[in-house]
Each structure stands twice: as structure tokens, then as C-alpha cells.
Design a protein around this ligand. Structure first.
Ligand SMILES: NC(=O)C1=CN([C@@H]2O[C@H](COP(=O)(O)OP(=O)(O)OC[C@H]3O[C@@H](n4cnc5c(N)ncnc54)[C@H](OP(=O)(O)O)[C@@H]3O)[C@@H](O)[C@H]2O)C=CC1
Ligand SMILES: O=C(CO)COP(=O)(O)O
Length: 353
């Protein structure tokens, strides 16, 4: 679907899409939003938000991408076939970010980059509504992205956005559900709900639990890819999927303040999307490592494999809560070079709860 070629300015929500439960039909008052990261998720979120805000500024680190967006309304590196809305502008990332007129800023870079980028721009981000879409865990601090951002900016107005949300499908305007993790500030939740009004939203006050769902599901996507590289039948796939979800829920029961987290988009929805669909980079990594197509230097591939970066932290976080995570340990073990995947998988079956 091409983006809107003409832009009438802040519009009444797209009721005809019928999926924007949260949208009140009000014309949005948010004039400008910043998006840090001109990759797949940054571009997709910018395209969605651009239909609900006056202008979206995307910050990218490649001049060619910035030029492509500004000259051709297209991110030629990530979505060469997609016409971006004309109210999306791009700027080259520097240490400082010119977000002075932005009411809200979305952080959409890989988790490994969040601290350095936010630290450099901490003065620019103070006083803004900040939303992270990154699904990672910092090591060895074991901090989530919102915790890092709060560390670096001191800004309490933090939210996270997480759910079954493949960027390409968002970019082309398909329906998606997502969880907004945000503290109790009503104006923050209202603003974020408006910004993401094209999505079907659910909410949680426990922002850390929402973020950890996004971290965990990536680990189990890799694990399911590894399992499926050995076992190819439906019964075997869904048996393992259930084992993964059981381990994930054990962890979440220990850390989540939100008793309803298990049925939220950030949890059940994203866990299933990423573990079952080959479009997932994490699942694909598990399949490729399981089939011995790639060995561990894959991290230099430039592809964003968030689960491989966070699995060690998840295991340590679980140990801090006296929780055993045999599947997460299996994933870490295989990613660390133990390439007898079948033996490792069969070991999981013997230990299955
Ligand atoms: N893609 C998806 O479907 C979804 C992704 N997410 C999450 O979004 C986050 C971002 O990932 P995603 O967009 O997918 O990854 P991509 O690899 O598609 O894009 C990453 C972007 O970050 C940029 N980048 C990397 N390092 C730096 C840096 N040091 N300074 C500035 N920019 C940098 C890259 O620049 P360059 O192009 O120059 O390499 C690229 O534009 C991840 O945590 C991911 O889990 C969440 C939901 C869905
Ligand atoms: O988080 C995602 C979908 O919700 C994207 O998953 P991958 O990073 O595995 O591609």
C-alpha cells in the first residue's frame, strides 16, 4: 500500500480501519515527534505515527538514508518499495539531537546502542515523552531499555511499546496489537495512546515486565528455531513451544507486578509471532545455527539479533530469583559453540517438567 501522497495535516483518526480502539476520533495535538533510528522499526513506526502527528523527524546515521527519505520519500536501505508520507523528514544523527520541537521521541535502535545514543543526547531528551521499542537487556547491568534511558536522562516520562509487530507489516499499514508499558502519569499514557492509535493497544503499569516479555520471546524464538532444526513434526514443534511458554511464565510470575501480563500482546502475542514465523530474525538465527549454516561470528553480520545478546542476562536475572531456565541455558549453550544441537535438544526432553 502506498503511503498517503498528500497530507492534510493532523487528521481525525482512521476510524474506517476499525482497529483503532483507543482512538477517540480527536484531532491530535502532537505537532512533531522524533524517531531515533532509521532502520526497519524506526521507519515503520515513523510511517504509522506520521498519519497522526503533524511531522515526524527520523534520525539516521547514514547520509544516503537521510537523503533518500528527504529527496524521494523512501528509505531505500530498508523499505525500497514503500512511499513514506511526506511529513516524514530525516536528519543525520549527531551526538546532539535537534528534538527541541518534538513532544515525544521514540527510541528505535538496537538495544546495544541505546545507552551510548541516549547518553550523548540526554540534555535534548530531558522533559520529552520517551518511548522505547527496543527489545533487549543490557549486560552485565541486567537493565532494560527504559531503565537505561532513565539512568541517562533522569526523565521519568518513559513508556515502552512491545507486541507482535513485524516492522514491514506495520510499514505497509497492516493491523497489529501492542502493549504500552507506562507508569501512572495519565497525560503520558494518553499521549502515547494517541501516537500509537493505529494499533490495537493494551496497557500495563509494569513497564519492566513488558520489556522483559520482549527480551524473553526473542530467546525462545532462537530456541524454537534450534528445536525445529532437529524436529520437524507439528506435535514436536508445539510441545516445545509449550515448554518455552511455561518457562517464560515461570520467570514472569516471579518478576511481574502485572498479574494480567500473560495474555497481553507483549507476551502471548509476540512470543507466538516470533517463535512460529520464519520472518523473525531470532527464529531464523536458531534455525541457521541449529542446521550449522552459521557459526557464532554471525554477530558481525550487521543483522539485529537481539535474543543472542540478551540470553546470558536473562539466565543471570533468573538465577537472581532462584529460577532455573533450562531452555534459555540450552540456547546460550548452543550459541556459545556447543554444536551438538540434537544431543542438547534431547537433554531438554529428558529434563522436561
Ligand atoms: N524489525 C522489527 O520487526 C522489530 C524490531 N523491534 C526492535 O527494534 C529495535 C531496532 O531494531 P530494528 O529496527 O529491527 O533493527 P534494524 O537492523 O532494522 O535497524 C537498526 C537501525 O539502527 C541503526 N543503528 C545501529 N547502530 C547505530 C548507532 N550506533 N547509531 C545510530 N544508529 C544506529 C542502524 O543503522 P544502519 O542502517 O546504518 O545500520 C539501523 O538504521 C530492536 O531492539 C528490535 O528488537 C521491535 C519490534 C519489531
Ligand atoms: O520483535 C519482533 C516482532 O515483534 C521482531 O522479531 P525479530 O527481531 O526476531 O525479527
Amino acid at each position: 500500500m502506498d503511503g498517503d501522497r498528500r497530507y492534510p495535516g493532523p487528521q481525525v483518526c482512521r476510524e474506517h480501519r476499525g482497529h483503532s480502539r483507543r482512538c477517540t476520533g480527536a484531532v491530535l495535538m502532537i505537532s512533531k515527534v522524533g524517531v531515533i533510528g532509521a532502520g526497519s522499526m524506526g521507519t515503520a513506526i515513523a510511517q504509522s505515527i506520521s498519519r497522526r502527528a503533524g511531522e515526524v523527524i527520523v534520525f539516521g546515521r547514514r547520509q544516503a538514508v537521510v537523503d533518500s527519505i528527504n529527496r524521494d520519500n523512501c528509505n531505500s536501505r530498508y523499505f525500497p518499495g514503500l512511499r513514506l508520507n511526506p511529513n516524514i523528514r530525516a536528519r543525520l544523527m549527531g551526538d546532539r539531537l535537534d528534538v527541541v520541537d518534538c513532544a515525544a521521541v521514540v527510541i528505535a535502535v538496537p538495544s546495544s546502542e541505546v545507552r551510548s545514543i541516549v547518553s550523548a543526547a540526554h540534555e535534548d531528551l530531558a522533559g520529552k515523552f520517551l518511548v522505547t521499542v527496543a527489545k533487549g537487556l543490557e549486560y552485565p547491568s541486567l537493565k532494560t531499555m527504559s531503565e537505561i534511558i532513565r539512568d541517562e536522562t533522569g526523565n521519568p516520562n518513559m513508556a515502552c511499546f512491545s507486541g507482535p509487530t513485524f516492522a514491514d507489516e506495520i510499514a505497509y499499514g497492516h493491523i497489529a496489537g501492542a502493549t504500552i508499558g507506562a507508569g501512572g502519569d495519565p497525560s503520558l499514557r494518553a499521549t502515547i495512546s494517541d501516537l500509537f492509535g493505529e494499533f490495537i493497544l493494551d496497557f500495563s503499569d509494569d513497564i519492566r515486565a513488558v520489556e522483559l516479555c520482549g527480551v524473553l520471546k526473542n530467546v525462545y524464538a532462537i530456541g524454537t528455531g534450534m528445536w525445529d532444526s532437529v524436529y520437524s513434526n507439528h506435535n514436536e514443534h508445539y510441545t516445545f513451544l509449550n515448554m518455552c511458554y511455561k518457562e517464560m511464565c515461570t520467570f514472569l510470575r516471579a518478576i511481574s507486578l502485572d498479574e494480567g501480563i500473560f495474555t497481553k500482546f507483549c507476551c502471548f502475542g509476540d512470543f507466538n509471532l516470533t517463535a512460529n514465523v520464519d520472518k523473525s530474525r531470532n527464529r531464523t538465527l536458531g534455525l541457521m545455527v541449529g542446521k550449522k549454516i552459521v557459526k557464532t561470528p554471525y554477530l558481525e553480520s550487521g543483522v539485529t539479533f537481539e535474543g543472542s545478546r540478551s540470553v546470558k542476562g536473562i539466565i543471570e536475572l533468573a538465577e537472581n530469583h532462584d529460577i532455573d531456565m533450562p531452555i534459555a541455558r540450552f540456547v546460550y549453550d548452543v550459541l556459545s559453540g556447543n554444536n551438538n544441537v540434537r544431543e542438547s535438544v534431547d537433554g531438554l526432553i529428558r529434563k522436561a517438567p
